[in-house]
Design a protein around this ligand. Structure first.
Ligand code: IPM
Ligand code: MN
Length: 352
């Protein structure tokens, strides 16, 4: 098949991990007879440097003409300028512009990385979860006031029933395709927006009676993730709760650098990016783990292009390379030998 993919390297380690993921997709294309076109564009800090705008119009237009977007990471201390434009705003605008309201973040445990995780191996037996984070609403997009000259500032957590329903629909359906369990996370005892969230999820449950639904307060959820991670199947949470919980859960796969994500709307179009940030401290040193981005490329094949076999080919290759003992810098103790970003990615490419 033919597909056009917009590539946004972004900042920090973004360009390194993106370059390798494009090579992985090129290998898939040549092996399976597809024709992928890659259009590179700019977003984030680099876009601020070049145009004073973290998301130039040209990038949006190019995105509109694409079947999917593959993104590295955006941000960095260089753009922590009080009152200045923030790179992260480009990402938020992009998610909103394409109405990518459901962010899928799978957490998988790799047998060969079990000793890299901070939990005891016996707790990790059978861990396989899918987080679905609401991505275009909540406190990320509610009314906000910066401190400025005033001595206060605020952010607003706001959800409509329709916003909760559409992301919960995605979560219930995902559960039906998995182990039929859904955990909905909120802060029902304190927040009005959480009471609306829980009520909307309960009402929607009538349409998915076969799914076992559990509600957890977010504070309890952080704890249950550590004490009984294997009991979770699909977890649905608001934008901010989902952001926080997925950083916590991602280390169960060995490192934050392993975790991929897919941001989807109501159609096939999607934005794919690793969960990790730009890691400016290690940028350009070959220390970045490209796996999160490479697995995001696999999700792109699965969700935007419908290429399930090809997606699995990448996922299996990653597993084989890990089983062979290859490790990136984040997966070894300080001072030990490791494979560079390029070497590790090349090993994956060779396995496909
Ligand atoms: C993520 C990141 C982003 C978020 C930042 C970079 C805006 O932390 O994708 O999890 O908070 O959504
Ligand atoms: Mn995050």
């Amino acid at each position: 098949m033919k597909a056009s993919i917009m590539v946004l390297p972004g900042d920090g380690i973004g360009p390194e991990v993106i370059g390798k993921s494009v090579e992985v997709l090129q290998k898939v294309a040549s092996k399976y007879g597809h024709e992928f076109t890659f259009n590179e564009a700019i977003m984030g800090g680099i876009a601020i440097d070049m145009y004073g705008d973290p998301l130039p119009d040209e990038t949006l237009r190019l995105g509109e003409q694409s079947d999917a977007i593959l993104l590295g990471a955006v941000g960095g201390p260089k753009w922590d300028v009080p009152g200045g434009p923030r790179p992260e705003l480009g990402l938020l605008k992009m998610r909103k512009h394409f109405d990518l309201f459901a962010n899928l973040r799978p957490v998988k445990v790799y047998k060969s990385l079990i000793n890299n995780t901070p939990l005891r191996p016996e707790l990790l037996e059978g861990v396989d979860m899918l987080f679905i984070r609401e991505l275009t609403g909540g406190i990320y997009f509610g009314e906000r006031r910066e401190q400025g000259d005033s001595d206060s500032a605020y952010d607003t957590e706001i959800y409509s029933v329709a916003e909760v329903e559409r992301v919960a629909n995605v979560a219930f359906r995902a559960a039906q395709g998995r182990r039929n369990r859904l955990t909905s996370v909120d802060k029902f005892n304190i927040l009005a927006s959480s009471r609306l969230w829980r009520k909307a999820v309960i009402e929607l449950h009538d349409d998915y009676a076969d799914v076992e639904l559990e509600h957890l307060l977010v504070d309890a959820c952080t704890m249950h993730l550590l004490t009984r991670p294997a009991s979770f199947d699909v977890v649905v949470a608001s934008n901010m709760f989902g952001d926080i919980l997925t950083d916590e859960a991602s280390v169960m796969s060995g490192s934050l650098g392993m975790a991929p994500s897919a941001s989807l709307g109501s159609g096939k179009f999607g934005l794919y990016e690793p969960i990790h940030g730009t890691a400016p401290d290690i940028a350009g040193q070959g220390k970045a783990n490209p796996t999160g981005t490479i697995l995001s490329a696999a999700m792109l094949l699965r969700y935007s292009l419908g290429l399930e076999n090809e997606a699995q080919a990448i996922e299996k290759a990653v597993e084989k390379v890990l089983d062979s003992g290859a490790r990136t810098a984040d997966l070894v103790p300080r001072g030990s030998e490791y494979q560079s970003t390029n070497e590790f990615a090349q090993a994956i490419i060779n396995e496909i």
